[in-house]
Design a binder for this molecule. Structure first.
Ligand code: AMP
Ligand code: TRP
Length: 335
């Protein structure tokens, strides 16, 4: 299939930590890898979005490169997809401004992610970038005329806004943007914290003990799984209500080993939680061992990594600059 015949997908991820965690992989990046086949995929490390939280320059650089290395090690292929850093394609800022000029103040104020994040830091301390974050995200998507945007349920409202803005612009100024559809990853596993299986595994979790980081050592991750909180009883059975801890471990095992939950339950009939947790630890450790090694190898050769990213930015730029040129022309911007 030629790139033209394929549907285009675009997604983005923030480089906000040294390592992605298991939830990021199973809930997002794994689907990105699957979508590379049969789609014209653009994947963006959204470093400008990450500036909405205060960052240390050395960390910022390191985390951006670490994110790229992990995405490649996890299976994003530069031959199949366009992988790039947002800030290397300045059209994101250019179209971001146009999107801001189309968005109502009230509309932006209703974004739940903004409300959550700004109420956490206190509305006086929240930066304006947090408010305009969804308009930059709309630009990320519309620049590439994306058909589908694979994201988790929490991003649905931002995609709705993007669609509204695209429609508004097209109606006012003539057909310019493809109206994107959210591709909500329903089948993607939702992974919970190992210490508190009723809350989502998250980088902002209070304790690192419940979070499996891809770049963490195999020993540390094995230990975390073996100390995961389990539930009353001793039967390895999927039951999210009565056994959230065991169910979470079953989800993880199944997603990485490819075995069905029933098959795993059957394997552990008559065995205890200890045996089961050791098996899950093995599955996780062996799955990520080569990935971590590959990511570290990519980080060793920074010139090569940067060259992959620059190639991606060149490809992204070719598309994005066309969209901005058309947008400016339709707006009557003097050339
Ligand atoms: P975040 O780390 O919240 O910026 O999320 C990056 C991506 O990972 C988003 O697409 C989320 O939907 C996904 N994600 C984050 N945490 C989890 C989790 N515990 N389970 C499944 N997906 C997750
Ligand atoms: N806001 C998204 C998140 O927090 C990240 C993101 C930025 C994004 N730009 C995007 C996702 C464009 C999809 C498409 O997960």
């Amino acid at each position: 299939m030629t790139a033209k015949a394929m549907k285009r997908v675009l997604s983005g991820i923030q480089p906000t930590s040294d390592s992605f965690h298991l939830g990021n992989y199973l809930g997002a990046v794994k689907q990105w890898v699957d979508l590379q086949d049969g789609h014209d995929a653009f994947y963006c490390i959204v470093d400008l979005h990450a500036l909405t939280i205060e960052t240390d320059p050395a960390h910022f650089r390191k985390r951006t490169l670490a994110s790229a290395a992990q995405l490649l090690a996890l299976g994003i292929s530069p031959e199949k997809s366009t992988l790039f850093i947002q800030s290397q394609v300045p059209q994101h800022n250019q179209l971001g401004w146009i999107m801001e000029c189309l968005t109502g103040f009230g509309e932006a104020s209703r974004m739940t992610q903004f409300k959550d994040k700004s109420s956490k830091s206190g509305s006086d301390r929240a930066v304006v970038g947090l408010f305009t974050y969804p308009m930059l995200q709309a630009a990320d998507i519309l620049l590439y005329q994306a058909d589908y945007v694979p994201v988790g349920e929490d991003q649905r409202q931002h995609i709705e806004l993007t669609r509204d803005l695209a429609q508004r612009f097209n109606t006012k100024y003539g057909q310019t943007f493809q109206i994107p559809d959210a591709y909500i990853l329903k089948t993607a596993a939702k992974i919970n914290d190992l210490q508190d299986a009723t809350s989502k595994m998250s980088k902002s979790s209070g304790s690192v003990a419940g979070v499996i980081e891809i770049m963490d050592t195999p020993e540390s991750n094995a230990k975390k799984i073996k100390s995961a909180t389990t539930d009353a009883g001793r039967e390895v059975r999927f039951d999210e209500k009565e056994k959230p801890g065991i169910s979470n471990l079953l989800t993880i095992h199944s997603a990485l080993s490819g075995q069905s939950i029933q098959a795993i339950e059957k394997d552990f009939e008559g065995k205890g939680y200890g045996d089961f947790k050791s098996a899950v630890a093995d599955v996780v450790v062996e799955y990520f061992r080569p990935i971590r090694a590959r990511a570290l190898e990519l980080l060793e050769d920074e010139a090569n990594l940067l060259s992959i990213l620059h190639d991606g930015a060149d490809k992204a730029h070719a598309v994005a600059s066309q969209t901005v040129a058309q947008t400016y022309a339709n707006l009557g911007v003097v050339k």
